[in-house]
Write a protein that binds this ligand. Structure first.
Ligand code: 2AM
Ligand code: CA
Length: 258
């Protein structure tokens, strides 16, 4: 399943990288570029679901662009063909293809392919996390005020306004914050020790399935609101020392609601 996920992600990454019109970014204020991105998004998902149908015909699929089907094997593939759509539109390098396979609610395999960074992350449950062939470990312990934490803001104005308020209260308590624009890449950057933590409200299963496994297999902890698993309300990933403190603080600040 790992080999299949890696090959599907690689092919979709090539399609998105090579198929992106060079002038997409400069035209980003017109509505037609959005259509181009949507077309690329759908084409990438079709490529992935077609590849899976060929190699894993019994499995189910949940894709962001609606490419869903129920399987009979108990395995379900959770796919984000293009995570970091706005970055892709503007020509920023932080976007990725995210593919995960799960069974009984547990993610078994995760692949995040970030073509413009030349990076492929992967993890198999219980087998560690890798960037290429290099085994990953999250950062070591640091006091919260020395931690670099990434987040994201929702497309909906009322939601992002409240998220800005949460960030305002968080910023003085951290080293700094980052806003990368791809949840999948942020989770992999926690795995790679490039961030101490990451949190976001409003993620869907396809945004986080692969990256969540990669972060955990690199020794990070992930969760949602206190006691819960990562969910739409809140997703938090961080080093073991930062994790409970960060999610406790986020809960206190009401990061999961308006
Ligand atoms: P996308 O690029 O596939 O839309 C941005 O903060 C991150 O959150 C991206 O990974 C983005 O995925 C994801 N996301 C999903 N739904 C979102 C929403 N409603 N608002 C903002 N970001 C969303
Ligand atoms: Ca996404």
């Amino acid at each position: 399943m790992l080999a299949i996920a890696r090959e599907a992600a690689r092919r979709a990454g090539v399609l998105l990288r090579d198929g992106r019109p060079a002038d997409l970014g400069v035209k980003a204020t017109k509505s037609s570029p959005i259509d181009v991105v949507t077309e690329m998004d759908i084409a990438a998902e079709k490529l992935i679901t077609g590849y899976l149908a060929e190699h894993r015909p019994e499995d189910g699929i949940l894709g962001e662009e609606g490419g869903s089907r129920t399987g009979t094997s108990g395995v379900r593939w959770v796919i984000d063909p293009l995570d970091g759509t706005v970055n892709y539109l503007y020509g920023l390098p932080t976007w990725a293809v995210s593919i995960a396979a799960e069974r009984d609610g547990e993610t078994l395999v995760g692949v995040v392919e970030a073509p413009m960074r030349g990076e492929t992350f992967h993890a198999v449950r219980g087998g560690g996390a890798y960037l290429g062939e290099h085994r990953l470990a999250c950062r070591g312990a640091a006091p919260m005020e020395q931690c670099l934490v990434s987040t994201g803001f929702n497309y909906v104005t009322t939601v992002r306004t409240h998220q800005a308020e949460v960030a305002r209260q968080l910023i003085p308590r951290l080293r700094d914050i980052r806003r990368g624009g791809s949840a999948a890449v942020d989770l992999c950057d926690v795995a790679a020790g490039r961030l101490d933590g990451y949190y976001e409200r409003g993620l869907n299963p396809w945004d986080l399935a692969a990256g969540d496994l990669i972060a955990r297999e690199a020794g990070a902890l992930t969760g949602g609101r206190p006691g819960e698993r990562p969910a739409y309300d809140l997703t938090v990933a961080a080093t073991p020392t930062l994790f409970e403190q960060l999610r406790g603080l986020l809960d206190e600040l009401g990061a999961w609601h308006d």
